[in-house]
Structure formats: C-alpha cells, structure tokens
Design a protein around this ligand. Structure first.
Ligand code: AMP
Ligand code: MG
Length: 475
C-alpha cells in the first residue's frame, strides 16, 4: 500500500505539515481485518500494525498533516478549530476506485491543539471503533475504524487513563467547517480550490467548468446529509454534537464522541453532558442538519456569480426545500420499518410514534415485536397499543404479509449498540487491558439484522431506561 497526498497538495493554507508524536509502548488492541483487506495493506504493514498505527513508524508515501477548519459549536462560530490531536497520513485508493483518508487520532499535538494534550484515552478510542463499525453494519454511511493501538502512556482526564491512538478511515475529512474556515477569512482562492477538490472527490458527476457548480454541489451535499440523518432516525442514533465541524461533506457520520442510542422513544432524548439545552436531542437532528446546511450555503456565497439578492434567494430555496425532501425520505423509511408496502398517507406512522412516546416504549424493541406479530401471527407478543396494532394489521393484510415481514426485517435491527452494553464493554477493556469482551461484542454488532449465538446476551433493555446515563465529549 502506498499513500497519496492529494489534500497536502492543496497547499499550506489548508493544513500544518506535522509528524505524529511517537508513543512509549505501542500495542495493537483492536484490528479490523476486513477493512484492512479492502485497503490491501499487505503483510509487512499488518505484522507491524502497532508501529504504523500509533504514528511511531511512517507508512510508505505518507506526509502527515493536521487539517485546518472552523465550525459552529452549539450555535456559536469558532473561526479556528482544526485537527488538534489528529494526523491525516494520506489517501489510499480502494479496489473499487474510491479514495479514502487514513487518519490517526490521539497521535499528538499540532498547532491547532490549543490547550489539549493531543491524545485520546482508551475508552473513547474503543467507543469510536465499536460505534462506527456498528453503524457500518447497520447500513448507515459512516467513517470506519481500522485500529486501536494502546500507547503505554497514562493521560490525565480528571483521573489517570490509559492512552490510545485510533485509526480512522473516511471518504474524506472535509467538513462544513472547512468551507466556513476559508469563507470567514475571505480566502476565496482557497475556497474555490476546496470546492473543486470536494467535487472531484465526492461528487465527480458535477461539471467543474460550470459556474453554477456551487449550487449543484450544495444540492448533492444536502442529499447525502438527508440520507444519513434518515438512517440515524431509523436506528435510533443520537450523534450528540452536530457542530458544523462534525458534519462531513461526504455525508458520512463522523466523530463518535458523546453519541448514544435511543431507548424509550422520546424526541427530546439527549445524553450529552454538555448539551444543556437539548440542542442536539434525537428529534432535533433533522432541523440541525438543515441549520448546518444553511451554514454551508452561506459559506459558498462568495463563489457564486450573479446579482447578490438572487443568489441568496436561490440558496435559501434550497435550504427551505430540505424540509419537504427530508419528510418524504423520513416517511418512506418509517413506512418500511412498519412493513407498509404502499402507504398513501403517514397517519399510521404518526400515530405509532405518538403512542410509543405516550406509553414510554423502547424504539428498537417495538419494531422487533411488530415483526414478531407477523411472523408468529400473534398480537399478544407486543406491548404496542392493541387498537393501533389491529389497524396496522388490517393494512398489512391488504397486501403480501410475507413481503411486509421481509421489508421489516431489513429495516429493523434486532441488536443495536445499547448504551449500557457499550459502557460495560469499555470499562472491561480499560480495567483488563484485554480486548476479549470487545471482540465478542463486535461480532454480534457486525450482523445486526441476523441473530447469532451471542446476540441475545446484548438485546436486553437498560434497566433504568438510561435515566441517569450521560455521555461526554470524548477527549
Ligand atoms: P471533537 O470534540 O473531537 O470534535 O474536538 C473538537 C476540537 O477540539 C477539535 O479541534 C479537536 O482537534 C480538539 N481536541 C479535542 N480533544 C483534544 C485533545 N485532547 N488535544 C488537542 N485537541 C483536542
Ligand atoms: Mg470533531
């Protein structure tokens, strides 16, 4: 495997060229075999993975860099963020032709570190691995994790914690915040370069010579984001920190810091300790995506020729158009989850969600139970409101019941990375410094729609409905 450095070639304004800081005692903790195969790593790298993916040894062709970006954090603009503890090692072309970034996180300080130590603790590192791979298996667009390497160093995070380096594989690390960075500085030359780079890499069907390409680009990013957020709503994922620096242009889910999974259905569910006002609660995710897309649209204004009011109106229309596009995609997804083959309206969906909320029922479990109603022809296997179930059944029976069941099984996971299990696995890993429990869990999460021997161990609901569960921005 030889790395290319196309982002590096964009020039100094985009990055800092900086080597990772070597770690004391790198040891491979988790390794993603199937992803390594996709990347065609080769045996030399694989047998020295701990050295390469801690930053102690350099991969062939790599020019490590930290990326500059800005971002709105909880609604407030920060013009200067950037990779404060990550190094982009370079890009690799997959067998299918797509390019991916290989990035280390927790690999040392950069000029963007501000007061941070540039490091990552073991629990957030393993969380990133477990959550991103779980999301991948669930069919959600996401960055992936190749490796977690422990460093043999202790970090101070309130208490002393073992350190680790995560290797992230992503379609790219270009964020809404990357566009904002150049736009806010008024660096139009770099902004143009960024647009063209992002188009070539992610949306190659857009014509680079077209003066209107910023509009087409925005439309494409919006479509990718809608797709991803609809998946989040499908599986009950709460990102936790949808700042514009954590929203990719590719549409991939990125930054598994304070993320969590929804238990009992309630749109206002929020677990992140710093999200005091519930800005990023489960049900707000679509409108926050829209808000973030508006920030992307604003940052593109300098790139669009034409009379200003007209340009702004055109961008506004695109942002406002998200509401309808999203709702259509959301309703289709919900109809699929309910096995409704050609629903003419969304009344059943709306009533269902209202009932789940009122009766405090578990989101994932309720869909599983409904599919059991079909597979076992028994309405007593669900806690969902009986009257609603009868109505739903009568609609299902108008069509092909078997087809409905297959559709439900495809769209409703039977196991998700439930908060209490993730926490318990992270704790076991940290205490023992052994990966056994994580490997066992990852095996289950890698087939979320199929029951394997160990699946049942991880399907139970949280005993206290996660009432006191809190997540933290993973530093
Ligand atoms: P995140 O919460 O991971 O999205 O990070 C937000 C910003 O803080 C990014 O610019 C990170 O690079 C930076 N950051 C987070 N943790 C650290 C750390 N331990 N050292 C240096 N920078 C950090
Ligand atoms: Mg981030």
């Amino acid at each position: 495997m030889k790395l290319e450095n196309t982002y590096y070639q964009l020039g100094e304004a985009f990055l800092q060229e900086i080597e990772p800081t070597p770690v004391l005692q790198p040891e491979l903790f988790l390794w993603n075999d199937s992803l390594a195969r996709e990347l065609t790593m080769g045996s030399e790298i694989e047998s020295n993975a701990a050295l390469f993916f801690s930053g102690n040894e350099k991969l062939n062709g790599s020019i490590p860099i930290a990326l500059a970006y800005a971002g709105h954090q909880f609604g407030g603009f920060n013009p200067q963020l950037g990779d404060g503890r990550a190094h982009l090692l370079g890009e690799v072309q997959l067998q299918g032709g797509d390019w991916v970034d290989i990035q280390l996180k927790g690999s040392g300080q950069t000029k963007f570190s501000r007061r941070g130590d540039g490091r990552c603790a073991i629990k957030p590192a393993i969380r990133e691995y477990i959550m991103s791979e779980a999301m991948f298996a669930l069919g959600v667009p996401t960055t992936r994790t190749l490796a977690v390497v422990t460093t043999g160093e202790e970090l101070y995070r309130g208490l002393s914690e073992p350190g680790a380096v995560v290797t992230r594989v992503a379609k790219s690390h270009i964020r809404v915040g990357t566009f904002q960075y150049f736009s806010a500085k008024g660096d139009i030359e770099s902004l143009t370069k960024l647009l063209d780079y992002a188009i070539e890499r992610h949306y190659p069907s857009i014509d680079l010579l077209n003066d209107d390409r910023a509009f087409t680009f925005l439309d494409a990013v919006i479509d990718s984001q809608i797709k991803t957020i609809v998946h989040w709503m499908r599986v009950g994922f709460i990102h936790g920190v949808m700042n514009t620096d954590n929203m990719t242009i590719s549409g991939e889910t990125i930054d598994y810091g304070p993320c969590a999974m929804l238990g009992n259905y309630h749109p206002e569910t929020v677990f992140s300790s710093i999200d005091e006002n519930g800005r990023y609660c489960f049900g707000n995710q679509p409108s926050i995506m829209q808000w973030n897309m508006a920030r992307l649209a604003e940052s593109l204004i300098p790139l669009i020729k034409g009379e200003k009011d007209g340009v702004i109106k055109s961008l506004e229309d695109r942002i406002l158009g998200i509401t309808e596009k999203y709702l259509a995609a959301f309703n289709q997804m919900m109809n699929d989850k309910l096995g409704l083959l050609d629903s003419k309206d969304n009344r059943l969906v709306d009533q269902f969600l209202t009932l789940l909320q009122k009766d405090k029922l578990d989101y994932t479990q309720s869909f599983i139970e409904l599919s059991h109603v079909l597979s076992q022809s028994d309405v007593t296997v669900t806690s969902v409101n009986r009257e609603w179930v009868s109505k739903w059944l009568s609609v299902i029976k108008e069509g092909d019941v078997q087809e409905s069941l297959v559709l439900m099984q495809k769209n409703n996971p039977i196991v998700i990375p439930r908060n209490h299990h993730v926490e318990s696995i992270l704790e076991q890993c940290k205490e023992s410094l052994l990966n056994t429990s994580a490997l066992n869990y990852l095996k289950v999460l890698s087939s979320p729609y199929i029951e394997i021997e160990q699946t049942m161990e991880f399907q139970d609901l949280p005993k206290d409905n996660d009432i006191s569960y809190q997540t933290f921005c993973g530093t």
